[in-house]
Design a protein around this ligand. Structure first.
Ligand code: WQD
Length: 338
């Protein structure tokens, strides 16, 4: 199948390219490199021993989208391109709505013009907000607590209405829990451009000596050790969920959201201990108050993905930390070192 991957040079996009190519799909990337580098695609080509057509541009740009539709004629689109920093989204709401919702609209318009009716969308468990119950299933109410979360939910609504308007269309919404880890080659991985917002890349940068200590946000949550619990999922498992979703979209019209998590959760302290096992060092930590907007715990019920996509996570916590450390220690400054 011809698959256009928007945001394909990013952390999740790049791992997904590898899994798509391994399944024999032809891929094409559109990325503006706002939070990525072209070096990623060089490495993915080497790892996959294959070709990747790539276009540098913005997903809101109708002209480049039409060009890709004409040159590559995708059968399906996997749509990652977007902004994802929760705190930044509160400061720049219009930018987030523009890129995340406007980008999705521009892409669907271009797909309509080209007669492409199949899309896999990169959404987030953050659409659920404060839990009424855990684990979250897909029927849990959605009331996101941040601008970022609302842009994802709004894009989901656009996709739902788009898919509902024509029986030839299919939209699969993947609600990711907390992606971590790196490809087994240690050649691609997560490379935040600034101070990491997320736990795992922060711990990895402490371990490699780029930062002095991890700040633990909150030790007074209603959890066994008082620190926040999350459902961490290996990025390779997450990437494979997209391949399964493409197959599903090919046989199922309409729209369907799926939780993509393991169904297990770990605390901040669990993650620090696991990372210490992987890297053989002590991770210095310091305690700080809760981070604004954080919830105590979240966890996926991945039963629907298992039953309908035939997908389940295969990697455990030690595989997540070991692969993160392999990537970070081999690339202490991420892709910068070349
Ligand atoms: C995990 C836990 C923190 C950093 C966010 C977004 C979500 C999604 C993924 C998607 C929490 C604690 C963290 C640190 C810490 N984004 N922590 N010290 O908050 O679950 O989800 O990222 O595109 O939308 O909200 O992930 O990795 O930031 O935090 O103690 O330096 O680690 O408080 O308990 P989160 P996270």
């Amino acid at each position: 199948m011809h698959v256009l991957v928007t945001g394909g040079a990013g952390y999740i996009g790049s791992h997904t390219l590898i899994e798509l190519m391994a399944e024999g799909h032809d891929v094409c990337v559109l990325d503006n490199y706002a939070n990525a580098t072209p070096e990623v695609l060089t490495r993915v080509r080497t790892l996959s021993n294959g070709q990747i057509a790539d276009y540098r541009g913005d997903v809101r740009d109708a002209a480049i989208l039409d060009q890709i539709m004409q040159d590559f004629a995708p059968d399906a689109v996997v749509h990652f391109a977007g902004l994802k920093a929760v705190s930044e989204s509160q400061q720049k709401p219009l930018t987030y709505y523009d890129v995340n919702v406007g980008g999705t609209l521009a892409l669907l318009h271009a797909m309509d013009r080209a007669g492409c009716g199949r899309i896999i969308f990169s959404s987030s468990a953050t659409v659920y907000g404060e839990p009424d119950y855990l684990p979250y299933d897909e029927a849990h109410p959605t009331r996101p607590a941040s601008v970022y979360g609302r842009t994802k939910l709004m894009a989901e609504q656009v996709l739902t209405d788009w898919a509902g308007a024509d029986p030839g269309r299919s939209a699969v919404i993947l609600r990711y829990f907390n992606p971590v880890g790196a490809h087994g080659s240690a050649r691609i991985g997560e490379d935040p451009q600034d101070i990491p917002n997320n736990l795992m890349p922060y711990i990895a940068q402490v371990a490699v000596g780029r930062r002095p200590a991890l700040t633990i946000f909150g030790d007074d949550y209603d959890t066994p050790d008082g620190t926040g619990q999350r459902d961490y999922i290996h990025v390779v498992d997450l990437a494979r969920a997209h391949v399964a979703a493409l197959d599903y979209a090919g046989r199922t019209p309409g729209v369907r959201p799926f939780n993509i998590g393991t169904g297990q959760s770990y605390s901040v302290i669990d993650m620090v201990r696991a990372f210490e096992r992987a890297c053989g060092q002590t991770i210095p930590t310091r305690q700080a108050p809760r981070r604004a907007g954080d919830i105590a715990a979240m966890q996926a019920d991945p039963a629907r993905a298992q039953a309908e996509l035939g997908w389940r996570a295969q990697h455990d916590l030690d595989a997540m930390t070991a692969s993160t450390w392999a990537w970070q220690s081999a690339n202490p400054h991420g892709y910068d070192a070349g």
